[in-house]
Unconditional design. Structure first.
Length: 255
């Protein structure tokens, strides 16, 4: 995408998974990680084998329900590992070797899930994405977002303390959602604000570009924002800013 994207992740149980894998294989240098998914669609391993992860119809639990179950220790770690292995193997079968592991809606931050993912990744020498909180200068964060970030900070403190030195991860992550109120029209100054707040080390500028917001109806609530990101990224102005601020474009396979 005009030299803006160097890394992406693949959800392997989605309707367009095979098409996405075909496209990814045609882009030399693009890093592709496994987007471990536990909240959308059906499990790769089969609903009967991961009963603590699915509802009565064999679909993954919604995010809120799964989060509550994890907090109450209602999710089987053996089943988490089984589904993680199945999704990883599916990606290999698609001809892609994951550069790292992250998760849909950051569900791998819950301790029992993180420990499962971390042990799996460490055994294979793979990095894991950490959704560190970015605080750009002068940005006002709504109370609800501050509360969510506090909870996320608690989880990450526990996970990073437990796995420090045993696992590789990024040192920072940011997106346009860190601007507080996402502007109706995104421009280069918005991304400058994010990149100038980035910590030293490996920083991921996370984007969710979508050419047509309507195609995401029923899948996500950020379709309109994704289309705004698409329009900005296709201007091709981001790579120059990346170079100006001294960053080197890379993917998780490089760390």
């Amino acid at each position: 995408m005009h030299g803006c994207v160097s890394s992406t992740t693949l959800m392997v149980n989605a309707p367009a998974t095979e098409d996405a894998a075909d496209r990814a294989r045609q882009v030399p240098g693009l890093g592709v990680g496994l987007h471990f998914n536990l909240t959308l669609g059906r499990p790769i391993s089969g609903a009967g084998r991961v009963r603590s992860l699915v509802d009565g119809e064999g679909r993954f639990l919604a995010r809120g329900a799964l989060a509550r179950s994890m907090l109450l220790q209602g999710v089987s770690r053996a089943e988490l590992l089984l589904e993680l292995e199945a999704q990883f193997e599916k990606m290999l079968a698609l001809g892609l070797h994951p550069t790292h592991i992250d998760s849909h809606q950051h569900l791998h931050m819950f301790p029992q899930c993180f420990d499962t993912v971390a042990a799996f990744a460490a055994a294979r020498g793979l990095p894991v994405r950490m959704p560190w909180i970015l605080l750009p200068a002068g940005v006002h964060r709504p109370v609800t977002r501050r509360l969510k970030q506090w909870g996320l900070r608690v989880l990450m403190a526990r996970n990073s303390r437990r796995w420090q030195g045993k696992l590789t991860w990024n040192s920072g992550l940011g997106s346009i959602f860190d601007l507080g109120q996402v502007p109706r029209r995104l421009d280069i100054d918005h991304y400058r604000l994010l990149l100038e707040a980035a910590p030293a080390g490996v920083f991921e500028l996370m984007v969710h570009p979508a050419k047509n917001a309507a195609e995401l109806d029923g899948l996500t609530r950020i379709g309109d924002i994704s289309e705004r990101e698409w329009r900005f990224l296709t201007t091709g102005s981001l790579p120059a800013l990346i170079s100006e601020l001294g960053f080197t474009r890379a993917n998780y396979g490089d760390i």
